[in-house]
Ligand binder design. Sequence first.
Ligand code: PLP
Length: 268
Amino acid sequence: MPTPSTVSALTIAGSDSGGGAGIQADLKTFAAHRVHGLSAIAALTAQHTRGVTAVHVPPLAFLRAQIHACFDDFDIAAVKLGMLANAQVIHAVADALETSRPAHIVLDPVMVATSGAKLLEDDALDALRTRLLPLASIVTPNIPEAELLLGHPIAGAAAAESALAEFVDDLGARAVLLKGGHLPGDGPGDTLVIDRYWDGECVAQYGHDRLDVDAHGTGCTLASAITARLCRGHALPEACELATGYVHRALRGGYRPGRGDVLVLDHF
Ligand code: PLP
């Protein structure tokens, strides 16, 4: 067990009342890495293991107050961005980060929950692309999110490889981790999920056995685990490798706390 980190990680994201995703998953992940976790809640969801029943976006002034309270007092090494709900929230977060300039920003471009609930308004895509992508140290889309950000389908492994270059060359991302879970056909007999990393210089692939489960909060957990590893001084490719392994282990130990057939990750 490592000693507690003296620096903090901040998550700016949505709350999941069901405890499986969002801020709740982020803080559990930070704690499991022994990193002090701070949170600025950009949206609240009423949610359980069967879906999202309501969304509330707090006033922007209150979001700004949370972010400023965190930066005013703590040594924040890295920031994780999750559900940001709409374009106004994205602009407020981008403004705050342009002022505070944390060393690392991990952007999980949350758009739609596994249950199908919409977590980002359609007209916010452009703000995500133009304000947050260039600020982020790394963006961690799954295939549907990457398709929306790039504006075209990604049909297989070869298309995923070229999507990596598009994120860096065309959208100005500094690094990308493209999650392969939605891609069929990686590895012999479709038994491997491959997450692909590219930062303009270093290319990497992280492969894990495909687990045949419907899980909740994997994207949030992956981005938070990368954030925690950056806080602990790891370089990005290594942070991504360790974080993909962490999610895989948390999935293997997953459990079903509600009546829905979705798995919640075991962080400890
Ligand atoms: N709810 C909130 C508040 C989230 O931030 C996220 C994260 O992506 C989700 C739900 C979606 O989680 P999942 O798609 O893993 O169910």
